[in-house]
Design a protein around this ligand. Sequence first.
Ligand SMILES: C[S@@+](CC[C@H](N)C(=O)[O-])C[C@H]1O[C@@H](n2cnc3c(N)ncnc32)[C@H](O)[C@@H]1O
Length: 276
Amino acid sequence: MKKTPEQLYLDLMKTTLSFTLWPEPPIPITTFNYERSTVKRFLVSAISKILDKRKLQIVKKRDFSEDQRITGIIWPGYADTMIGLKRLDNLQYCIETVLGERVEGDLIETGVWRGGACIFMGAVLAAYGIEDRKIFVADSFEGLPKPDAEKYPSDKGDIHHTHTYLAVSKKDVENNFRKYGLLNNQVVFLKGWFKDTLSQAPIEKLSILRLDGDMYGSTMESLNSLYPKLSSGGFCIIDDYALPGCKSAVNDFRSKHAIDSEMKEIDWTGKYWKKE
Ligand SMILES: C[S@@+](CC[C@H](N)C(=O)[O-])C[C@H]1O[C@@H](n2cnc3c(N)ncnc32)[C@H](O)[C@@H]1O
């Protein structure tokens, strides 16, 4: 069947945001420097600084298969989202369904990194001329918090906070929205730790609640503050069900609140359900 201009635009947005249009260029060896031992880290940064003055750079080649990109199983160097094409397709399906079924409410992602999934939410609303729904973009813009093992024992020993790769500034995310022509007054940034921002956020009703905060605490704080605001017929989307902490938080929340809406699979880690 012939695709409409809206579908063609959204297809192009998905392949652009996920960088699947292009082969993955090599990344500077400093990108994952925080994973090296202190001595190696020092040497790598010292050499890189010297080379940088001569406009030279040491890079590492990375070859990703098409399947790895579709299922978002990799941490990409250049994509604006790491969620892969299948989870972008799911996001489009959920938004189109709530629009078609006139389910009331705004859209939110908690845990946005470079902002690509939220930018895609903006693209879907723009494609269908929707101007009366907001997109809440919630993140510390400093990476993940240190685990609070006393409150959330499942997070004990979690090292996500050491990954500086996951810390993207608000300014960079705003610039990413601007690049695609989608930074407008429908986009609302909620900067800070979820425990401080989400319960205070100026949100009345949600139709899409997308969680991508990786840890037990981040997932539970998002669900506690926001799930009660999700309209019936709206979608709760879980990006990190393959991570044990996130999985436990989702299971604990669902059993505590007796949620038995069928949880469907998106891919190896993505799950979602429609609130009844
Ligand atoms: C895996 S990344 C999100 C990927 C993103 N959804 C995408 O489209 O590529 C996780 C993000 O969650 C944020 N995050 C996790 N826990 C948080 C918390 N408790 N408060 C604020 N931000 C948090 C991190 O800063 C990071 O940007």
